[in-house]
Write a protein that binds this ligand. Structure first.
Ligand code: ATP
Ligand code: MG
Length: 693
């Protein structure tokens, strides 16, 4: 803000400084007014020029708070000045009012009612010139009406001379206080001296007494030079210089308007003022345009610096080029990373200046695939090896200005990424191999264990049928129970081993009645169930349901699910098996009313050796291999789907879906809604409603 012109600086100054300065300016208005009236042409109702108008505008602009107060100050001093030279009271008061109104109007309009009137940009200058015109009209109207009423001068004459003298004064004087110092550009002193010399020389030549050639337009050249090259402040000062020289020389009868100074002085001053208005307007406009342009350049420069900073120091290579005249590619910008990827350490001059020919057979960047893509003008993505590094290159084409095509290439160094990927793949391979070794190991150990356990079982069975004493019989039972358990675990481990190996041989299928098979399984589990006082009931339609699949595998699946249901049922509980036909296959549900499986554990029960921790689970014997075997059998061997549903409180439902034919698999999930229910047992509908016997 402090960077604004004098008027703005006063606006923001401390109250004391501001008030003193404004008072001084207003007094200056009085002095200048006095001088102008005193030295006006004898008999004329108006003065030839009224520089006080410009000063008054600055005083009003600088005043903070009410501009009316400052305008009243202008009124007072203007009246005083006119009264001092002994003007008619009517004119004195009328002109005082006119001067005050003018200063107020110009200040308000030039600053949009705000604190600042600037001359920085074209927009500011337009506003200022508009304000000056409004002010000139204000003074013209009030002044000419006053003069007509008081001394009977005709209105147009007074209007034009007042408007011109005040308008030119505002345009020439006020800018000195409005130009912001921020715009001071570096000035070469030699140029400054030369420029002022030329302006003064031309003005002196054109307006020198004795020279009456109509060369009024000549000084414009020097003024435009100033507007183009010098800060607006200097332009404003030169305008004042121009005003002083042309006014005084014309008064002395010199220059193109000189002849009128003798015959009709009022015409002479009107002409000089129009001359000044035109020159001031032109110079201010050009200077402002120049400022605008400089501003744009600064902004662009800043933006480009930002962009360059980001691009040049980037790990990503970027090359931007344009296709010129259809047959050459000119590189507009390229950063070091892109140059490195293209095997260069600097941009060859041909790339940026003349451009590279992109005709057939001509080498462009020396990378065959890239050159081809440029030649065909096709977007491309390729990989490039350079000095042990690998780059991914993205070539894209965009529409440029006019019919130009812009080509961009982005080079991403993927060496590190590729290396990471390779390492991850290696690690995965190693893990797979370890896993295979582990499976092999478990399989061979289990195999080795099977023979001795079988032999133990054989002898224990002999012992069981032998006639033994009470103690020996008990010991034999313990041996038999544990040997059978060991044998079961070994079988499970071996089974899982074959299932998880990809080459697990599928057994032959046959067509059979699945309802009958379910009943057999229920009977087989009867021994376990009776021991725990659990009832098993099978519910199904009477008609047989024939499916083509592997009966041994189905049996194993159902045996596992049934054993879980019975093991986890409470004493005296009921386990139900539902068998029902569905579109794609047969659905078998094994439902118990035991403790259930907590929702959080549901996904884990399918993992090997996973067993739920908890009072009601811990006491039940098991290894945690049953469900993994079930899932592998159903999904890999039988082409079906198996799901567990439980709310974790009131029991568990194990559901198996077997396709009518093993070779037409049922994809997972069988039913989105039901699969979701796996997590939320409550929503799962119990199967009782299916048509059952
Ligand atoms: P195995 O089947 O190898 O003899 P297991 O029965 O413990 O041992 P899984 O059949 O794999 O192993 O079952 C894993 C765990 O899931 C069980 O230990 C038990 O905690 C839980 N679970 C399985 N079925 C039920 C069920 N019907 N009710 C409650 N919990 C169950
Ligand atoms: Mg089990």
């Amino acid at each position: 803000m402090g960077q604004g012109g004098l008027a703005t600086q006063l606006w923001y100054a401390t109250p004391v400084v501001r008030r003193v300065s404004i008072t001084a300016l207003i007094l200056l208005v009085g002095v200048v007014s006095y001088a102008s009236v005193a030295f006006r042409e004898p008999g004329s109702p108006v003065a030839a020029w009224w520089p006080a108008a410009g000063v008054a505008v600055v005083a009003v602009l600088a005043s903070r708070g009410s501009r009316v107060m400052a305008s009243v100050g202008v009124l007072v001093v203007a009246v005083a000045a006119n009264a001092l030279v002994g003007r008619e009271p009517g004119l004195t008061i009328g002109y005082g009012i006119a001067n005050a109104a003018e200063a107020y109007v110009v200040a308000q309009f030039a600053s949009r009612g705000g604190p600042e009137a600037r001359l920085d940009s074209l927009r500011d200058v337009s506003r200022f010139i508009g304000a000056a015109i409004l002010g000139a009209i204000t003074i013209g109207v009030i002044g000419s009406v006053t003069a007509f009423l008081v001394v009977g001068v005709d209105i147009p004459t007074t209007f034009f001379s007042l408007a011109a003298s005040h308008g030119s004064a505002i345009l020439v004087v006020a800018p000195i206080a409005l130009v912001s110092r921020r715009l001071a550009r570096g000035v070469n002193p030699i140029e400054l001296v030369a420029q002022i010399g030329v302006l003064a020389g031309l003005v002196l030549f054109v307006f020198w007494p004795g020279n009456v050639l109509p060369l009024a337009f000549v000084p414009l050249v020097a003024l435009l030079w100033a507007a183009f090259r010098l800060p607006t402040t200097l332009v404003a000062i030169e305008l004042l210089l121009l005003t002083v020289l042309t006014t005084s020389l014309t008064g002395a009868g010199g220059g193109p308007f000189g002849p009128y100074a003798e015959s009709d002085p009022r015409v002479a001053s009107l002409l000089v003022q129009i001359f000044l208005i035109v020159h001031a307007g032109a110079a201010l406009f050009v200077s402002a345009a120049r400022n605008d342009w400089a501003n744009v350049l600064t902004q662009l420069g800043a933006r480009e610096a930002l962009l360059r900073g980001g691009i040049v120091n980037s790990d990503t290579g970027i090359l931007i080029a344009e296709i010129m005249d259809g047959d050459r590619l000119r590189v507009v910008g390229v950063n070091p990373t892109a140059l490195r990827a293209l095997g260069r350490d600097r941009m060859p001059p041909t790339w940026g200046v003349v451009g590279l020919r992109i005709a057939r057979d001509e080498t462009i960047f020396g990378v065959a695939e890239l050159d081809d893509a440029v030649r065909r003008r096709e977007a491309a993505r390729l990989e490039l090896d350079r000095d042990g590094r690998r780059f991914e290159v993205d070539l894209a084409l965009h529409d440029g200005a006019g019919d130009a095509t812009v080509v961009t290439m982005v080079f991403t160094d993927v060496t590190a990424r590729n290396e990471r990927e390779r390492r991850a793949l290696d690690a995965a391979d190693r893990l797979r191999e370890l896993n295979r070794q582990k499976d092999d190991f478990i399989a061979s150990v289990s195999h080795e264990l099977r023979t001795p356990v079988t032999s133990i079982l054989g002898f224990v069975e002999d012992l069981e049928s032998a006639d033994l004493g009470r103690g020996e019989r008990q010991a034999t039972e313990v041996i038999a129970r544990n040997a059978r358990r060991l044998a079961d675990v070994i079988e499970d481990v071996l089974e899982l081993g074959t299932l998880s190996s990809p080459a697990s041989a599928a057994r032959a299928t046959s067509e059979f009645d699945v309802v009958a098979l379910v009943r057999h399984c229920a009977q087989d589990t009867e021994g376990l169930a009776v021991g725990r006082e659990v009832r098993i009931e099978v519910r199904s339609a009477d008609a047989p349901l024939m499916i083509r699949t592997v009966p041994q595998d189905v049996t194993r699946v159902l045996a596992n699910l049934l054993s879980n249901a019975v093991k986890f049922s409470t004493r005296g509980g009921l386990v139900e098996m539902f068998v029902a036909a569905e579109d794609r296959g047969v659905r078998i549900d094994v439902v118990d009313h035991g403790p259930g499986i907590p929702p959080g554990a549901l996904p884990h029960v399918w993992e090997r050796f996973y067993r739920i921790e908890g009072d009601r689970h811990r006491d039940v014997p098991g290894t945690g291999l049953g469900l993994p075997i079930v899932r592998a059998l159903v999904e890999q061997r039988l082409g079906g789907v198996v799901e567990l549903h439980s709310d974790g409180r009131t029991g568990t439902t194990a559901r198996v879906l077997l396709p009518w034919d093993r070779d037409t698999r049922i994809p997972r999930p069988y039913d989105e809604r039901r699969d979701a229910a796996t997590e939320y047992g409550d929503e799962f509908d119990q199967p009782a409603a299916i048509g059952l016997s």
